[in-house]
Design a protein around this ligand. Structure first.
Ligand SMILES: Cc1ncc(COP(=O)(O)O)c(C=O)c1O
Length: 439
């Protein structure tokens, strides 16, 4: 008798689970022979089974897994809306572009308005400011926290300031409660880039719930991965509407994929100067993009989200092990610092060489690389010194002394859940050997 669709699916998924266990069997760590990565995917058979399950649906675009992922992410974050997109960079672009929407009336951002940010960070936190014809205003950051402080941000607020767009650097929360109050006092939008901070908390509340809009990245280096992916979160109905429209070609229609006439006036409305009854599916109320993700990505995400609390815990524990190991080397290094009241799910363990360390960052990271230990710089360093940004319209308030210092002296090691005590101890031993060779 021919097998039913359900039987076949069960067999396939059973085999996929077996395959995953063989193909991705845990490898023993051999010091000096196995790489120590700064980040990476952590998954088991559940993710691959979900991925194949979704591909067997062959729905491909946003579908049941997307609905589930968005609902679960919103629940985890305690946000009204979580909207899946194809990357964290797209999430940032949508978060800021949504604030230029005519739906916001007088409050909307207009070309020439200023947005406060930092130059020590990832480029696509700054890019949406430029892409929308807005002007970034850069302030310096503190060494140790790698975030701007409230005083620096306050000084940068001027007549044209309309928003603050800051990442919680490497998962380390800035004083987001006070910043949200400052933003409210000056009638500014606050956008929290939580691409590196999913699960970090400030005063018992998740970062990403204080500002008007928040963003996440699900690229493999991040707290959970969908391969490529990101999300935008908000509690504001109007902002959510603008984000969905801008994500989905700029359309006015908000039917889910495969649905029709959710609004009940598909052929009776009148929009712009279009004729009455022009099909609402083809009405565009924004100059939009297509930044959607697929249901296969969402399927992986549904399983990754279930692991997120454990992932965050593992990151915190790895951070503690690094901190204990580095404590004795404070004459050489500035160690990372979290603000009182914060509970970071650290993206990484950032380290800054002191001026009198007696060696350069490159000497150390090159040595570590020769021992198969990965390190990374703090992204763009000082973005204003990057070739693509030399001529951008911007303002700097104060100076960027620490930003430049970070560009020259800071690097980070991983905290991701794929690291364990054996690997961390190996790295610490190698750093000790390096320091001994310098003394
Ligand atoms: C702070 C920050 N924002 C945005 C992004 C962009 O995310 P994606 O790589 O998913 O585009 C990154 C990437 O790592 C990031 O670190």
């Amino acid at each position: 008798m021919a097998k039913s669709e359900d039987q076949l699916r069960d067999e396939i998924l059973g085999l996929v689970a077996q395959y995953q266990k063989v193909k991705f069997a845990a490898q023993e760590f051999i010091p000096g022979k196995s790489p120590v990565r700064y980040a990476g995917r952590v998954f088991d058979d559940k993710e691959i089974v979900a991925l194949v399950d979704s591909s067997l649906d062959f729905w491909l675009t946003a579908g049941r897994y997307t609905d589930e992922f968005e609902a679960e992410l919103a629940y985890f974050m305690d946000l009204e809306y979580a909207m899946l997109v194809n990357s964290g960079s797209s999430a940032n672009l949508l978060a800021l572009t949504a604030l230029t929407s005519p739906l916001l009336g007088e409050k909307r951002l207009l070309p020439g308005d200023e947005i406060i940010s930092v130059a020590a960070g990832f480029p696509t936190t700054v890019n949406p400011i430029l892409q929308n014809g807005l002007v970034p205003v850069f302030v310096d950051v503190d060494l140790g926290t790698y975030n701007a402080n409230l005083e620096q941000i306050s000084k940068a607020i001027g007549q044209k300031t309309k928003g603050i767009f800051l990442a919680h650097t490497l998962g380390n929360p800035y004083d987001v409660e006070a910043l949200a109050e400052l933003a409210e006092k000056h009638d500014l939008f606050l956008i929290e880039d939580c691409c590196d901070a999913l699960g970090s908390e400030y005063k018992g509340r998740k970062v990403g719930t204080f500002g008007h809009v928040t963003t996440f990245s699900f690229y493999p280096a991040h707290h959970i991965t969908l391969g490529e992916g990101g999300a935008v979160g908000t509690n504001d109905d109007t902002i959510a509407k603008a984000i969905k429209s801008l994500r989905d070609w700029g359309r006015d229609c908000y039917c889910s994929s495969g649905e029709n006439n959710t609004c009940g006036k598909r052929f009776t409305g009148q929009y712009g100067t279009l004729p009455v009854g022009y099909d609402h599916k083809y009405v565009y109320s924004h100059i939009g993009y297509n930044l959607k993700a697929t249901d296969m990505q969402a399927a992986i995400g549904v399983e990754q989200l279930k692991k997120l609390p454990d992932f965050c815990q593992a990151r915190k524990e790895n951070f503690k092990i690094w901190s204990a190991g580095f404590e004795k080397w404070q004459d050489f290094f500035i160690l990372p610092e979290a603000l009182p009241g914060s509970d970071p799910a650290w993206f990484a363990f950032p380290i800054t060489l002191r001026e009198n360390a007696g060696f350069s960052r490159t000497e150390l990271t090159d040595y570590l690389s020769s021992k198969l230990i990965e390190t990374r710089n703090l992204f763009a360093g000082n973005i204003l010194r990057q070739p693509g940004y030399l001529d951008i319209d911007h303002r700097v308030v104060g100076d960027l002394t620490n930003t430049d210092y970070i560009m020259n002296h800071t690097f980070f090691l991983g905290t991701y859940p794929g690291l364990d005590i054996k690997q961390i101890n190996y790295v610490l031993e190698e750093i000790q050997k390096f320091l001994d060779s310098k003394s």
